[in-house]
Structures are given as C-alpha cells and as structure tokens.
Write a protein that binds this ligand. Structure first.
Ligand code: FRU
Length: 325
C-alpha cells in the first residue's frame, strides 16, 4: 500500500463574495477532492488587508504545510508572506502579487497583457480616435497596476486616442456606479470605458442606461460563464467585450501538490487569456457548457464508484463472517 501523507494546505483569499472568487474556490475544492488525505484551511479577508495579515498569521500558527494566497494589496501583505517563506513554508501566490520575490510559485494570467489587449481592442473599435475613461481596480492591488500599465502602453501608440479620465472602482460594482455617476458629464463625451473587471463594467453600463446614453463601448475583464457574469453580459451586448481572466484555482492546487511531493514545477504558471466579444462569446459559452456537463459526468461516475466500493466491502465482510463461522 502507498503511504498516505496528511498535508494541510492554508488558503488566504483577499475577498470571497464575488463570483470570480467563488469559482476559484470551487476549482480548488474539486482538485482537493483528488487528495482525500489532505485538508484545506480557508480564510477570507473581505477585502481588508489588515484582516488578511491576521488571518495569515493564524494560518501559520496552525502549522500549515503550504500557503496559498491572493493578497488584497501587494505592499501591506508582503512582510507576512515573506515571513512564511523564510520559515520554510512554500508559498503560492495566486492572481494578485506581492512586491518581493520571496515566494515559491505564482499562478495567474498576465495582467499587463490583459490591459494591452483591452487597449488594442478599444482603439480599433473607436477607429483609433477618441476619449476613453478607465475604471480601475483597487489601488495597490497588482492586477489594477498591471492592467493600467498594459492599457496605457497600447493606447499611447495612437496619437488621437486619449485616456481622458481614470477613476477608482476598487473592483466593486457599487463603487463603479458611484464614480461613473459623479463624472457622468465627462463620461458622456467619451467613446469607450475600460473597466478593470466585468462587475465594474456592469455598474458603468447600468448608470449609462439610466442616463439613456447608449453609444459608449464598454470593455471589462474576467469573462466568467453564465448569464449573470461577463460572458453573459457580452452575449446580451451589455458589454462590448471582456478579456478572459482564468481563476487558476485548479492550477494552484496541482502546483501545491507538486511542491509538497518534491516534484518539478514552474515558478511562473501563466494562464491563457483572450478577448471575447460578440464574435466568439457564443462559442465560448458552448465550450463552457460542454465542460460543465463533462464535469457532472465525472462526478456521477465518482459517486457510482464509491457506491460499488461500498457494496464490495459489505460482501467482503459477509464472506469473512462465513469463513470464520
Ligand atoms: C475578483 C476580482 C476580479 C478581478 C480580480 C483581480 O475579486 O476583482 O474581478 O479580475 O479580482 O484581482
């Protein structure tokens, strides 16, 4: 019999309430189910860096074997992550980064590239002319910084395109609605809005609708499947496009076990991205549906297998009793 190791995986999530993070957690749990001997301790910081620091500290006291973390803001979370790493606990950083190199692996898509793709897409849709408003993520969180830089890099190639305003939506739909409303007089004269995620893009689109403004292109990021998510919003033309941002939950757990079992792994696990608009949204949704149904098949098979194993075990017991008596 193979020796079963009992690993404890600590997972510190910056915020847990949105669909993107829920999807990440579902992926994490699904992948964990292949390792029944390992346990997951999950903490969620509700978008508060101080809370997250304390939660990581508590995880470290629980003698975790590996730390997975998506840091709310890079700078405040860096010291505690470094502390874990220096103690010899491997650290996998997911989606949002810290400011130092003291971690074992990073899992995520290239956020600079995401911003760049958004910039190129919008420039083209505006025929390389016009003003763009940018609704940015939480200042100090690395995807906001990198998406901004990539976006700027793309549009600065086009002299007649200008980023005419930059507003902080902090990744939140409500906050985005607020800043769009406050700046509506300026926004209404722009050609496009680039929001750093689909929830903020949705918020912007709702406010524009209230003001009966309907000629502004809106691009978001994430493109989660489902009618209430980015892919759905693109299909129904609430958004013009969304740049895919995979959550990396599965890759993070796979990498965690490679590290724990001393198998080779990449320090940088780069997830793929692409722009999704009305030309390919349908195809994407179809593929997602297909994957979902295959996933359900797998889970049904697992249940059946477990059931058969139970029956087999019972038969063995009956057999043993018969043999003994
Ligand atoms: C979810 C989220 C995503 C965004 C990511 C950036 O909490 O706001 O919408 O792409 O975090 O870290």
């Amino acid at each position: 019999e193979v020796k079963k190791e009992k690993y404890v995986i600590g997972f510190s999530q910056c915020i847990g309430s949105d669909q993107w993070r829920k999807t990440m957690l579902a992926e994490v749990k699904r992948e964990m189910s292949f390792h029944p001997e390992a346990t997951l301790i999950y903490e969620e910081a509700n978008g508060n860096s101080q809370t997250q620091i304390e939660q990581v500290r508590r995880l470290l006291q629980k003698n975790i074997d590996i730390l997975l973390i998506s840091p709310n803001e890079a700078r405040p979370l860096t010291p505690i992550v470094e502390e874990a790493y220096k103690k010899g606990i491997p650290v996998i950083v997911i989606d949002r980064k810290i400011t130092s190199e003291l971690y074992t692996a990073y899992v995520g898509a290239d956020n600079f590239e995401i911003g760049r793709i958004a910039g190129e897409y919008i420039a083209k849709r505006l025929n390389f002319k016009g003003n763009i408003a940018e609704v940015m993520g939480l200042p100090g969180s690395s995807p906001a910084i990198e998406r901004q830089r990539g976006f700027y890099k793309a549009v600065k190639n086009y002299p007649e395109i200008k980023i005419s305003s930059q507003l902080y939506g902090n990744w939140l739909k409500e906050k985005s609605r607020e800043v769009i409303e406050q700046n509506i007089n300026h926004i209404k004269n722009t050609g496009a809005i680039f929001a750093h995620n689909d929830q903020m893009a949705l918020g912007a689109s709702e406010i524009l609708k209230q003001h009966q403004i309907n000629n502004i292109k809106i691009v978001g990021v994430d493109a989660l499947p489902g009618t209430n998510n980015g892919l759905g919003f693109v299909s129904t033309r609430l958004l013009d496009a969304s740049i895919l941002y995979p959550t990396g939950g599965k890759e993070a757990i796979r990498t965690a076990f490679s590290i724990l079992k001393n198998k080779p792994f990449n320090k940088n696990i780069l997830l793929k991205t692409l722009a999704i608009d009305s030309t390919n949204a349908y195809l994407m949704q179809m593929q997602e549906d297909r994957m979902q149904s295959q996933q359900e098949d797998i889970e049904r098979q697992q249940l059946m297998l477990a059931d058969q194993q139970r029956v087999y075990k019972n038969q063995q017991t009956v057999l043993n009793i018969l043999v003994v008596s």
